[in-house]
Design a binder for this molecule. Structure first.
Ligand code: HEM
Length: 625
């Protein structure tokens, strides 16, 4: 071909490309289309969406383009509607859940949606038959465990954690992860010794599925390189196969133990003995996956808020004192249990505020639309990803005035938009936007709430959580508020802090509690094995620990005085004050403390005044402590 012909062809191609690009650019940035940042054809906004702290950029765009509670963007051809107001999430993900409950593909996992029948990762599955049956099974197991107060496993593991904190406080992040993992390994396979591997396995999957994980989750075309020259696929094949083999090994080990009469109650036993006969779970592979996934999903989800609890308490010593005082009053010097939860509104408020202030899934989890749709006059094509941006919901200044600060009183004082009664039931983290929406809403809300109540309650009972001092300079070491990883489920970066036992007595009590619990557990396990070997029946103790009766509490009637949490008085003085007011105080007969109130003033005001304020609150006469 002649050079001139070549040049002309080149020029024509360039003109066609430019025209096409301009046309596409105009199409993508139609002034009548859904608002959002300017889109570049093919790239979308991939160039300026940071992988680290992605939610902050999404929020920045929300402030600019999200006046209607949503905006659009795109990344390498994937269309997004980012939802920034709860009302819109309700409309799109709850009311239209029928066709907005699918999941986007996660590129760096094999068959993440189980479109091709892999049946492995329930939370990531498409809106398909595997998801439906696995969700049903998971829901049933979690509900039963919740009703049975987790068969005592949570108390046991929290006691172990307290002693590990006493022995090696500097290792608190590891021991926290291990505690959370042990709870899940016990519930799943009745074997806390599996926790270390399980935590590693959970971390591997979490990293692999997060945009901030392998580059192939963002630059998706790289995933399609041939296997032999694709380091990401080779690595993932290994991770995946090991995880699946481990899950299967767990199931097979449990089956063998069950045959020998050695398996104590756990979800796998429940599956092998009961569910497998009635369910449409397809067989061992699927069963080992759904159960294994349940174990994994409950680790870092709980570690996040529990770690942020530590951060929040160190930064807000007044609230820490308030929680300690409440725990002391209500529990009379013992470690709190779930039975106490209705009478611990300040503890629950601080937990909820921790999750609001430092959400651990800040971007939210995307749903994918299964049909073309229109919303508020805008077209939403099938296959669009709807991202409920939790960071934006939880920083909405109308619902959460002063959103950038830790203000647990927003859950305790009438006058705040989020205040709800009765305080025996509210605040509760159940239903918080962080747990997602509609048919895909999280199944672990109760487990999370309960583990946080038991874990954070125990911390308040035993420790003063404080900044650590540099041994050389004596200066307090900073506990950063804004340093975390950027995975889908986040946790603070490693930091240092001090765990000071509140008294020698409490310390000794914690050690004693753990020694007793451990001994009891050992004896029970030994007895179980002995019975199995001798062919004696092992009685499965199915007795359910009664649930706190919060749901059944009728409208409160009489009123009693309850002290503000920010009083500087000791627990004893507070009880005294209540009794002299002619009411049944914490230790009173026949009535229960329904609520604590904090009306009107800010923490700072109250702290300055060092005032003792009494608020009249309603008490349900039918409740007893
Ligand atoms: C702070 C703790 C937790 C947070 C913030 C959280 C958040 C979420 C979110 C955002 C989703 C997706 C919802 C949606 O797509 O709209 C989800 C799903 C799920 N969560 Fe949680 N979660 C937590 C704890 C747990 C725990 C402890 C468990 C179980 C032990 C659990 C089990 C699940 C399951 C099985 C799903 C999948 C539901 C489905 O796809 O249908 N979560 N969670």
């Amino acid at each position: 071909m002649q050079p001139l012909t070549l040049a002309i062809l080149g020029l024509i191609s360039a003109i066609v490309a430019v025209v096409h690009f301009v046309k596409l650019f105009r199409q993508m940035n139609d002034p009548n289309g859904m608002p959002g940042p300017t889109q570049i054809p093919y790239l979308g906004r991939i160039h300026d969406l940071p992988i680290q702290f992605m939610w902050l950029k999404f929020k920045e765009w929300a402030d600019k383009y999200g006046q209607q509670g949503f905006y659009r963007t795109s990344m390498l051809g994937a269309e997004f509607v980012v939802v920034t107001e709860e009302k819109v999430a309700e409309d799109l993900l709850v009311k239209r859940a029928k066709y907005n409950s699918d999941r986007p593909v996660i590129r760096s996992l094999f068959d993440s949606k189980s479109t091709h029948g892999s049946m492995e990762y329930l939370p990531l599955m498409g809106h398909n038959q595997y998801w439906a049956r696995q969700r049903k099974l998971s829901h049933a197991y979690l509900t039963e465990a919740t009703k049975a107060h987790y068969y005592g496993v949570m108390y046991f593991e929290v006691k172990r954690w307290m002693v590990r904190l006493l022995e090696n406080p500097d290792d608190f992040q590891n021991s926290l992860e291990d505690m959370s993992s042990k709870v899940m390994c016990q519930l799943t396979w009745d074997d806390p010794s599996l926790s270390e591997y399980c935590t590693k396995s959970a971390w591997g999957l979490l990293t692999q599925m997060s945009p901030a994980g392998p580059i192939t989750n963002v630059l998706t075309p790289l995933w399609h390189l041939p296997f032999f020259m694709n380091p990401w696929k080779i690595k993932e094949r290994k991770r995946h196969d090991e995880q699946q083999a481990w899950w299967m090994e767990r199931l097979l080990t449990c089956r063998e133990k069950l045959a020998n009469g050695e398996l104590r109650p756990c979800w796998t036993r429940q599956f092998l003995e009961k569910t497998s006969l009635k369910t449409n779970i397809s067989g061992d592979y699927e069963a080992s996956s759904v159960i294994g996934m349940l174990a994994l999903v409950g680790i870092f989800t709980v570690v996040g808020p529990m770690s942020y609890w530590l951060v929040c308490m160190v930064h807000n010593p007044k609230w820490q004192e308030a929680v300690q005082r409440e725990v002391d009053q209500v529990c009379g010097g013992r470690m709190p249990t779930l039975e106490d939860a209705p009478r611990l509104p300040i503890l629950r408020a601080c937990i909820k505020e921790t999750m609001r202030w430092k959400p651990n899934v800040p971007t939210g989890v995307a749903h994918e639309t299964e049909a073309d749709d229109h919303y508020q006059g805008y077209f939403i094509p099938k296959g669009t990803r709807i991202l409920p941006l939790d960071w934006a919901f939880l920083r909405n200044p109308v619902k959460y005035p002063d959103p950038e600060n830790f203000r647990p009183e927003r859950w305790l004082e009438p006058g705040w938009p989020t205040y709800q009664e009765p305080l025996t039931q509210y605040p509760t983290i159940k239903g918080l936007t962080s747990f997602g929406w509609g048919q895909r809403q999280c199944l672990g809300m109760s487990l999370t709430q309960d583990e946080l109540i038991v874990g954070c309650g125990a911390l308040a009972w035993l420790f003063n959580l404080k900044p650590k001092r540099d041994p050389a300079t004596g200066q307090e070491l900073p506990v950063p508020l804004d340093k975390s990883n950027s995975l889908l489920i986040i946790k603070p970066d490693p930091f240092q802090m001090a765990f000071e036992p509140r008294s020698e007595g409490r310390k000794m009590e914690a050690i004693k509690l753990w020694e007793e619990a451990e001994k009891n557990d050992r004896l029970k396990r030994e007895q179980w094995l002995r019975n199995a070997r001798e062919g004696k029946p092992n009685v499965v103790n199915e007795t359910k620990v009664p649930q706190p009766t919060v749901e059944k509490v009728p409208s409160p009637t009489p009123t009693v005085a309850v002290p503000t949490i920010l009083s500087n008085r000791s627990s004893e003085e507070v009880v005294e004050q209540q009794n002299t007011n002619g009411i049944n105080g914490i230790n009173g007969q026949g009535s229960g403390l329904a609520a604590c109130g904090l009306v009107g003033k800010t923490v700072e005001d109250l702290t300055k005044e060092k005032a003792v304020r009494i608020k009249m609150v309603r008490l349900n006469s039918s409740e007893s402590i």
